[in-house]
Design a protein around this ligand. Structure first.
Ligand code: ATP
Length: 267
């Protein structure tokens, strides 16, 4: 499998040179192959969002290199990366434009990475395509193309955000605790949709989660960040055979310390 993403010796330190210096990432080396769906766990402050911010470009890289499909993007601004890297955040409000309709939001997503006006026009053939795309969500949203997105529930918005993030097949999709703000049932629906969109399009994905069950259930590879490093990296059968107690045991073995379940789980 070709490698889609290479992260080489990535370091990020906040408040460098002060008493509050915080070495959050301390040499991350990771390679993702095409179609890898990697779940990321780690306790609060482990650096999960910092890692995603570094990949997305919202945080300048202090040391190390990020290569996407053989292109060095280490110094590329976030806007230039947006065409190839899409992201879904925890807050459903982050991914969509509240005053625009469902179809206008989708039309914006079609222009990801390009200059786009404030209110995009929606062509007839686009509308047909959007309807088809929305129908696969099984949320009856194909009949609400002209509804303002702000009127939809958090779960409906997050499902549309996911669709928008995958509409123009990205090279990489970053999911940053994207179901954490949803109720348990909606969270399951959005996770199932995530898996469907990722597997159908054979997307390469990173998914940060505090839910260890989800981290184990979804994806083909699991990594755990601890003290700025990759403490655990499991794929294939090793990941398939994981259980929460096994993962806790592994963590203890790797980092030589006890770990309460909620140290990882709690946000
Ligand atoms: N822009 C920033 N300036 C200063 N410190 C920061 C900044 N962003 C993050 N940090 C600090 O870096 C550390 C790692 O934060 P990060 O958000 O990456 O952790 P996380 O693993 O995503 O945690 P959580 O599970 O709580 O979301 C934290 O101590 C945080 O306070």
């Amino acid at each position: 499998m070709p490698e889609v993403l290479k992260i080489k010796n990535l370091h990020q330190t906040f408040e460098r040179g002060t008493v509050n210096e915080n070495r959050v990432l301390r040499g991350i080396d990771l390679n993702l192959e095409a179609g890898d769906f990697v779940t990321i766990i780690g306790s609060n402050g482990a650096g999960k969002s910092t890692l995603l911010n570094s990949i997305a470009g919202t945080l300048p890289i202090q040391e190390g290199q990020i290569i996407l499909n053989d292109t060095d993007i280490t110094k590329l601004p976030v806007t230039k990366r947006a065409k190839n890297i899409s992201r879904v955040f925890q807050d459903p409000k982050m991914g969509t434009a509240v005053r625009l309709t469902v179809e206008e939001n989708l039309a914006l997503a079609m222009k990801r990475g390009q200059r786009r006006g404030f209110r995009p026009g929606v062509k007839k053939q686009d509308r047909k395509f959007f309807k088809k795309q929305l129908a696969q969500l099984n949320l009856n949203l194909e009949n609400r193309l002209e509804t303002e997105i702000g009127l939809l529930s958090g779960g409906q918005r997050q499902a549309i955000t996911l669709l928008m993030a995958t509409l123009q097949r990205p090279d990489l999709i970053l999911l940053d605790e994207h179901t954490a703000a949803l109720d348990p049932q909606t969270s399951i629906t959005v996770m199932q949709l995530t898996e469907k969109l990722i597997s159908e399009q054979h997307l390469t994905a990173f998914m940060v989660t505090h839910n260890m069950e989800d981290a184990i259930r979804y994806g083909n590879r699991l990594i755990m960040l601890h003290q700025g490093r990759v403490a655990i990296d499991l794929a294939g059968e090793d990941k398939q055979n994981l259980t929460v107690p096994k993962l806790m045991e592994l963590f203890q073995k790797h980092v030589g310390a006890g770990l309460e379940d909620d140290a990882i789980l709690l946000a």
